[in-house]
Design a protein around this ligand. Structure first.
Ligand code: ADP
Ligand code: ASP
Ligand code: MG
Length: 417
């Protein structure tokens, strides 16, 4: 007998029929003799719809009220899924995040899990119930409702799996597993049988939505056995593990891209010690994460520097920078939106010189200029203008020998696209 966490994403429970199919699958897994904890996301487009609804009434709502609103989506799912399991002859009990002791810090909209006290959930399991838990949500020490960031239900699932020492955490989604790149963009992307935690972590951080980055972090640190598979088919998924076998001669495991990129350039900054510390310190104090930073050479004692950040943080960042103009004088700021970051990831890159050069050559052969570059031992990222993203991803996929010989199979039609 195993203890299994099964997580179902929004499109997997997007319609009553899909909900029934999921319920059936859960019951089957329980009847094989396993204890089952289910984590579920909001149905279909519910989270996006709630965000749209909020915008009609307040263009800048407080993060606290947004969390109060968005957590409703998952609560609908847990109740409906539990009822569906009951209607199919099973026994299920739904739990909100706070009911399963999901304690987070108090950062609304991107809270981090601090501790889990899963006793109630374990009691339900002992009584033979399927425990159906709302993903993406928790509560702070002060009893405020929080959310873990978009896509955060994956993190709920992995964190719960670690807390209850589950044998496996299965992430059921609308594709067959982790592919060499988003199979919706590259039709002959290839499904990977396995991938290392480190590579998956990079891909997730660099924009591959298939897993929430923090979920991968949790899995790595707690050695959670993690599998990504389709909720529509019984095909074997992708195993995410400490070390994954690399095919001979393949150095790049996958390609990710992030469309949510803005760039701010600050021109004419006094080139004195402490400038970067002041600017990025102020941004960090305001909860703004900065990604790639580039400083140009100094001319007449003045320097220019540029950095990328999430598009949604751009306006706030500009006002933070304006707010410290007394401390860090500069001539002007320029901000751009129409950018994307495309990245190649692979553990083999570190020992293979020329991998990054091939990326630059492939992109420039399409007549596209590269605005910014950032590299690490296992990835290389280029910021380019958004228009030709798909063309670039397809070209890189071929250049690094990732194309499948046959067309990739995508598990089922997504309702969200
Ligand atoms: P869920 O609602 O199940 O959490 P998501 O939309 O968050 O589903 O994640 C699944 C989607 O991730 C897929 O439909 C696919 O378009 C996208 N995706 C991006 N990169 C990859 C990749 N490398 N492998 C598989 N899917 C990917
Ligand atoms: N419903 C949330 C979202 O859409 C959480 C999740 O799906 O993982 O981001
Ligand atoms: Mg997701």
């Amino acid at each position: 007998m195993s203890l299994i966490v099964m997580k179902f994403g929004g499109s997997s429970v997007g319609t009553p029929e899909r909900m029934q199919r999921v319920a059936q699958r859960i019951i089957e897994r329980q009847q094989e003799g396993n204890d089952i904890v289910v984590v579920v996301s909001a149905m279909g487009d519910t989270t996006d719809d709630l965000i749209e609804q909020s915008k009609l009434l307040n263009s800048n709502p407080s993060a606290r009220e947004m969390d109060m609103l968005l957590t409703v989506g998952e609560q609908i799912s847990i109740a409906l899924l539990s009822m569906t399991i009951e209607a199919s002859g099973g026994k299920a009990k739904s739990f909100t995040g706070w009911q399963v002791g999901m304690k987070t810090d108090s950062v609304h909209g991107k809270a981090k899990i601090v501790e889990i006290q899963p006793e109630r959930l374990q009691e339900a399991l002992k009584l033979g119930y399927v425990a159906v838990v709302a993903g993406f949500q928790g509560a702070s020490e002060a009893g405020e409702i929080t959310t873990l960031g978009r896509g955060g239900s994956d993190t709920t699932a992995v964190a719960l799996a670690a807390a209850i020492n589950a044998d496996i955490c299965e992430i059921y989604t609308d594709v067959d597993g982790v592919y060499t790149t988003d199979p919706r963009v590259v039709k002959n992307a290839r499904k990977l049988d396995e991938i290392s935690y480190d590579e998956m972590l990079e891909l997730a951080h660099l924009g591959a939505a298939v897993l929430h980055p923090r979920a991968v972090e949790y899995a790595k640190h707690n050695n959670v056995q993690l599998v990504v598979r389709s909720s529509f088919t019984k095909n074997e998924g992708t195993s995410v593990k400490e070390e994954a076998i690399m095919e001979q001669g393949v150095v790049v495991r996958g390609i990710a891209f992030d469309k949510n990129v803005a760039r701010i350039t600050i021109n004419g900054v006094e080139d004195v010690p402490g400038v970067l510390a002041n600017v990025f310190g102020a941004l960090a104090d305001n909860g703004i994460d900065v990604d790639i930073i580039v400083q140009s050479g100094t001319q007449n004692g003045k320097a220019d520097f540029a950095f990328t950040l999430a598009s949604g943080d751009k306006d706030k960042a500009i006002s933070v920078i304006e707010g410290i103009k007394d401390i860090v004088p500069y001539r002007e700021t320029i901000s751009e939106d129409n950018l994307v970051k495309v990245s190649i990831v692979g553990a083999g890159m570190v020992s293979n010189p020329g991998v990054a050069a091939k990326m630059f050559a492939t992109i420039s052969s399409l007549g596209i200029s590269i605005n910014m570059v950032s590299t690490s031992e296992i990835k290389c990222s280029c910021v380019i203008s958004a228009e030709k993203l798909n063309e670039v991803v397809v070209a890189l996929h071929t250049a690094y020998g990732l194309d499948a010989t046959e067309q990739a199979f995508v598990g089922g039609p997504s309702e969200r696209r």
